[in-house]
Design a protein around this ligand. Sequence first.
Ligand code: FHN
Length: 477
Amino acid sequence: MNESLIRWPRHGGRIRRRTYTAILSAVLCVLWIAGCRQEAAKSPSADVRGGKRTLSKDERMEWWRDARFGMFIHWGLYAVPAGEWKGKQVPGIGEWIMERAHIPVSEYEQLAGQFNPVKFDADEWVRIAKNAGMKYIVITSKHHDGFCLWDSKVTNYDIVDATPFKRDVLRELSRACKKQGIRLCFYHSIMDWHHPDAQAPFYPNYNDTKQSNPNFSCYVENYMKPQLKELITNYGPLGVLWFDGEWIGDWTEPQGKDLYNYVRDLQPDILINNRVGKGRKGMEGLSKGDQEYAGDFGTPEQQIPAKGLPGVDWESCMTMNDTWGYKSSDHHWKSSEDLLRNLADIASKGGNFLLNVGPTSEGLIPGASVERLAAMGDWMKVNGESIYGTTASPLGEVPWGRCTAKPGKLYLHVFDWPAGGKLEVAGLKDQVRKAYLLADEKRAKLPVTRSGDGVVVTVPEKAPDRINTVVVLEIKS
Ligand code: FHN
């Protein structure tokens, strides 16, 4: 039989093999597409954006909910004056010196010529974060002053074109994060004190929220969006786009929704914080549809909400001293004890902790920050299981510390060790199968007795960890 011809099953006729194959392939392709569409429609988590199947919110949030702990980095030209201008200390946070000292754009720009962070080492920064137990890094790609930490084709006001350093630090950080398995995320300020179509004309009050620039939409369409496209397509895939500076009068909720869609179309599974729109207001009370545009998580700043933010994902961002950007005079450092207890407190309420460092103009993370992060890392190496991937405490407030949870487990973070070695856990109705110290590799059983509406765990006389000892209860739940 001529190989090129195939007997057509139904009519007994003969058609060319190539034609048969083409018809068969077309039929299979149509069936495959129909199947995908049906699958997508069927799967409750499926979301199709721009023809690309994307993750559901729960799917894209999964790594972030597991991570619980990240590094915030505020770095830029403001590290050069480091809080001082023309011989005077400038009050307030270091990265706001252009506004607080009323520095004209033409003068502030000169700082670029002095920005030469020769000690910058992306691998070292990422190592410090990883060693602390942090799982993601959010760095200021562009803060309010408008200076860009990457080689932007949209402006020369960037680290490659305007400084003697001439290196694309976001590129180097992207490589280092990839190498060490840390998620890279970018902070990006909507407010821009340098761009003539944004807030630059408002000098000396760049932050005058009552003023409006008639050309603001040109800044958004021809500058901000193209820069965001550069950041997402050339340095991604990114973990989070962390917007800020959304409070200005020129920025509106509809623009926030448009920006949300623009970013999500560029990288469908990226996370976007709640400052993409008019931010900061609680997401509760918004319609389901509006909630989506309100961003993926809330961003309480320099505070830990007393009851967390029930029903939404949220992340507390905090400084280690009193400033985000480096200030040479700010030595008001939080202790490692406070920082570790903040981490447990935030996780016990179901939130993430984004802890800030402000590197110097030489490119070094301040020693005081490095020490504290190393101490946090020592604790996390032993107790990280009680933070990563946990959810809020089902016990409510406890007098001796905090509690985090995973299915079948409670992690009791004991700050105040009980005198007499009796740890009371009120309100625990579940049966406790086993109790042990998380730091005890042998997981030796601790005696548990039922008492009133809860249990009492007999613990060692002396606290194994004076800052936070974790007692694990395996429960039948
Ligand atoms: O104005 C900024 C400030 O400089 C810093 O970046 C913080 C960090 O969340 N955000 C804004 C203040 O809310």
